[in-house]
Design a protein around this ligand. Structure first.
Ligand SMILES: Cc1cc2nc3c(=O)[nH]c(=O)nc-3n(C[C@H](O)[C@H](O)[C@H](O)COP(=O)(O)OP(=O)(O)OC[C@H]3O[C@@H](n4cnc5c(N)ncnc54)[C@H](O)[C@@H]3O)c2cc1C
Length: 368
C-alpha cells in the first residue's frame, strides 16, 4: 500500500467500486479502495430493475454484464394487503426485463474492472479513524491481524454502507426512519422446479421473500422486527420451517423442491438518511448516504447510479470546482424522500393485521 492517494474510497461494495470506476473515466488520479471484509462473501441483494443497464453502460461494463449469465426475471408474485396473489409481469416492460444477479459474478466483474483500470483494491483493510489536515485527511487503516497504517488522502469517499463509518465519525448524523432485520437462508436446490418469479408474502409477524438464484440456489428471507428475530433464532431451523409452513404463497411454491439445509445470515435493514452527503474533502455514496428497505429493490441500481454521479462530481472537486457537490446532496435527499413516501404507502396497504405489532410499527404517521 502506498501511503498517499488522491482519493481513498472506504468500502468495496457496488457504490464504492462504481464511484472509483466513474472517477477513473474523468481522471488518472491515484485511487485506493479499502474494504474491511473478505472479497468472497455472501452479499445481500440480487433483484435489480431493468434500469441497472444504464449506469453499467456509463461504466463501460454493459457488455461484460450481458455476457455474464445473470438471469432475466419474469416478475413477481405478491401476496400483500389482500387475499389474492397479485402478479407484476416484467416481461413486457419497455425498459427490458428485470434481473436476478449472480452476486459473486457481479461483484467480481466490478472489482476486476477496477484493477484493470489501475485502481488499487485492498481487502481485509478496515478504516479506523481520520484526522483532517491541510492536504485532506490522514486515515488510519488496519489490515486484519496486521499493524495499523496511516494513509494520506486528498479526498475520501465514504462507501462503508448503512453505518456510514467515516461521515458519522466526523459528526454527521444518520437519521434512521426504520430498522428491520432480514434472516436469510441460502440453500442449494437439489431437485424440483422453482418458479422463476420473485415471491413476496406478508404475514402478521413480517414479510417473506424468496428468489431462485442463477447458480441453482434459493434465497428465502424473513424480514421482521428485533424481538421476533430473537425468537426465531432461538427456535432454530425447526422454528424457521414451522413459520414458513404457515405461508400461503411460499410454502406451496416450495413444497416439491428438495433443498439442502440453508446457510443462515442475518442482515440489518435500514431506512436511513445521512444529513449531509459531502463536506470538506469528502463525500458519501450508496447506502452510506441513503439506505433503502429491500422491498424497494432499488439498492443496487442506486449504488451504481449514485456512484456514476459521485465519480463525476469528485473529478470536478479535485480540480477545485465544488458547485456540483450541493446538487449531488440535494438529489440524494429528494430521491430518499420519494422512496420513503412510497414505502410508507406500501406498508400502509397491509390492513389485514392492523393489530399486529410489526404492522402497527410501520403504519405510524411518519418516521418511527
Ligand atoms: C437483506 C437485504 C437484501 C437486499 N436485497 C436487495 C435486492 O434484492 N436488490 C437491490 O437492489 N438491493 C437490495 N438490497 C440493498 C443493497 O444490498 C444495497 O443497497 C447495496 O449493497 C448498497 O451498496 P453499497 O456499496 O452502498 O454498500 P455495501 O454493499 O453495504 O458495501 C459497503 C462496504 O463497506 C465495507 N465497510 C464497512 N465498514 C468499513 C470500514 N470501517 N472500513 C472499510 N470498509 C468498510 C463493507 O465491508 C462493505 O463491503 C438488500 C439489502 C439487504 C440488507
Amino acid at each position: 500500500m502506498a501511503s498517499t492517494y488522491d482519493v481513498v474510497v472506504l468500502g468495496a461494495g457496488p457504490a464504492g467500486v462504481a464511484t472509483a470506476l466513474s472517477l477513473r473515466s474523468f481522471s488518472d488520479c491515484s485511487i485506493l479502495i479499502a474494504d474491511a471484509g473478505e472479497q468472497k462473501r455472501e452479499r445481500a441483494g440480487e433483484s435489480a430493475p431493468p434500469d441497472l443497464l444504464a449506469p453499467l453502460r456509463r461504466l463501460q461494463l454493459e457488455a461484460n454484464f450481458l455476457a455474464a449469465g445473470h438471469m432475466h426475471s419474469p416478475g413477481s408474485a405478491v401476496l400483500w394487503g389482500r387475499e389474492q396473489v397479485g402478479y407484476n409481469d416484467h416481461l413486457l416492460n419497455p425498459m427490458g426485463p428485470s434481473w436476478r444477479l449472480n452476486r459473486p459474478v457481479f461483484d467480481a466483474m466490478l472489482v476486476e474492472a477496477a484493477l484493470e483500470r489501475e485502481i488499487s483494491v485492498q481487502w481485509n483493510t478496515r478504516y479506523l479513524r481520520a484526522k483532517a489536515n491541510e492536504a485532506g485527511f490522514l486515515l488510519t487503516l488496519a489490515e486484519r491481524s496486521g499493524p495499523e497504517k496511516e494513509v494520506q488522502a486528498r479526498w475520501v469517499v465514504d462507501a462503508t454502507g448503512p453505518l456510514a463509518r467515516f461521515a458519522t465519525d466526523l459528526g454527521v448524523k444518520k437519521r434512521t426512519d426504520d430498522q428491520l432485520f432480514g434472516l436469510a437462508g441460502f440453500s442449494i436446490v437439489h431437485a424440483g422446479q422453482i418458479k422463476k418469479q420473485v415471491l413476496v408474502e406478508s404475514t402478521p409477524e413480517g414479510w417473506w421473500y424468496a428468489a431462485y438464484l442463477p447458480d441453482h440456489r434459493l434465497i428465502h428471507m424473513f424480514v421482521t422486527d428485533a424481538p421476533q428475530l430473537r425468537q426465531l433464532k432461538a427456535a432454530g431451523a425447526a422454528g424457521w420451517a414451522a413459520l414458513l409452513s404457515h405461508t400461503q404463497l411460499l410454502s406451496p411454491a416450495l413444497a416439491d423442491v428438495q433443498l439442502a439445509q440453508p446457510e443462515f445470515h442475518t442482515f440489518p435493514i435500514y431506512s436511513s438518511l445521512l444529513e449531509q452527503a459531502y463536506g470538506e474533502h469528502w463525500l458519501a455514496v450508496g447506502d452510506a448516504t441513503a439506505t433503502y428497505d429491500p422491498i424497494a429493490s432499488q439498492g443496487l441500481y442506486k449504488a451504481l447510479s449514485d456512484g456514476v454521479t459521485a465519480g463525476r462530481v469528485l473529478a470536478a472537486a479535485l480540480q477545485g470546482q465544488r458547485k456540483e457537490l450541493e446538487q449531488y446532496d440535494r438529489g440524494v435527499k429528494e430521491r430518499y424522500a420519494r422512496y420513503f413516501d412510497q414505502r410508507c404507502g406500501l406498508y400502509g396497504q397491509e390492513r389485514r393485521w392492523a393489530g399486529a405489532e410489526f404492522w402497527r410499527n410501520r403504519q405510524v404517521a411518519g418516521p418511527l
